[in-house]
Each structure stands twice: as C-alpha cells, then as structure tokens.
Design a protein around this ligand. Structure first.
Ligand code: HEC
Length: 180
C-alpha cells in the first residue's frame, strides 16, 4: 500500500465515523415521541372547538336601534358592492341576482323570471323584513344555507342597517321601518 492509498482509506474511515456519529446524535435528538392520545399532542392556540372567535362574541345592537339612527345616503353608497349583480331601479332587469326594487317586505324568492336557488325557492312564504335582510346581508350563506348569492356579507352592523333603510326607499310607497 502506498501513502496515497492510506490517505484514501483514512478519509473513508473518518467519513464513516462522522456518519455513524451523526446517526447516533440524530437518533437522540429526533427519537419520535409518541403522544399518549394520537392527534391530541399539539399545544393549541386556537379557541376550543365550538368556541366563537372573540370578535364574533360581541353582539350587534338590535336592528331596530340601528335603524333608528340609519343613514340612507350611506346605505346607498354601500350598495355599490351589490351593483355587479343587482339593479335597484323600478323596472330594473335581473342580472346575476334579481332586481331589488321593492325588495323590502317583498316575499322572498318571488321576482318573476329569476331562477332562484332551491334554498330561496323554499322560503317564498317569508317576507324580507328588516331583521331578515340584516341577517342575510351579514352572511348570506349562513342565513340561507344553499343560497346562490356569492357575497361575503357586510360586517359592519350599522352599515347593514343603513343598507336596509336605503332598500326600503326603493318602493312606490316605502313601508314604516320597525321602531325600538
Ligand atoms: C356576486 C353577485 C351578488 C352580489 C355582489 C350581491 N348579490 Fe344579492 N343576490 C345574488 C343572487 C345570485 C341572488 C339570488 C340568490 C338565490 O337564488 O339563492 C341574490 C339575492 C338577493 C336578495 C334576495 C332577493 C329576493 O328576491 O328574494 C337580496 C335581498 C339581495 N340579494 C341583496 C343584496 C345586497 C343588498 C347586496 C349588496 C350589499 C347583494 N345582494 C350583493 C347575487 C349577488
């Protein structure tokens, strides 16, 4: 054996030692730790199952109180978000959604010629009153599961009341809004 062969053999041997050493160390560090109950070992920062997020726990003031200080002009502004899908004028066409002229106190799902979802077709015995509109506009899919209205909702409770007050003006004779 010449000196070069010895060097190579030495290098191989030390590499082997390093690899074995690493295996031992990683074995110590990474030995899997089996949780007592599978799936329940992670410390969780999330609220307990079923617990509402803190923000949602704050109750909105009743719709009648919000309507009492509603601002129709602000409500009209907020409906810019609806105009991609709805018309608001008398005799307006149906678009992605039905026309909304006279929607206040109109029976749900009853605009002629509009293809409602089965969810709304099943609610034609109900009217769109202030409370229903408030809930629907807060979270359409939560209030009418299965609705075809793809709209996330208006988070601000006063803005929803403003919109309800504005929707009520879209009628030949607006209805009296409920009072506190
Ligand atoms: C992406 C389109 C889209 C947007 C944006 C949208 N809507 Fe709708 N809306 C729909 C559709 C589609 C329906 C019919 C739902 C169904 O059949 O389930 C509907 C239904 C409704 C209804 C029930 C009408 C009826 O005749 O029963 C109301 C009230 C309503 N929308 C109000 C609003 C308001 C107010 C806004 C804005 C804040 C809005 N929508 C934004 C698509 C939309």
């Amino acid at each position: 054996m010449n000196i070069e062969a010895n060097k190579v053999a030495g290098a191989l041997l030390s590499t082997l030692l390093v690899v074995m050493g690493l295996q031992m160390v990683s074995g110590i560090v990474f030995t899997p730790h089996k949780p007592a109950v599978p799936g329940y070992d992670l410390p969780s920062a999330e609220p307990a199952a079923g617990g509402a997020a803190p923000a949602a726990a704050v109750e909105d003031p009743p719709i009648v109180e919000r309507l009492a200080k509603a601002d129709v002009a602000k409500g009209e502004k907020a409906t810019a978000a609806c105009k991609a899908c709805h018309t608001f004028d008398k005799g307006g066409a149906n678009k992605v959604g039905p026309h909304l002229y006279g929607v206040y106190e109109r029976n749900e799902g009853t605009v002629e010629g509009f293809a409602y979802s089965a969810a709304l077709k099943g609610r034609t015995d109900k009217k769109w009153d202030a409370d229903g509109l408030d809930h629907f506009l807060k979270n359409p899919k939560a209030y009418v599961p299965g609705t075809a209205m793809s709209f996330a909702g208006i988070g601000n409770a006063q803005t929803r009341a403003d919109v309800v007050a504005y929707l009520n003006t879209l009628a030949d004779s607006p209805k009296p809004l409920p009072k506190p």
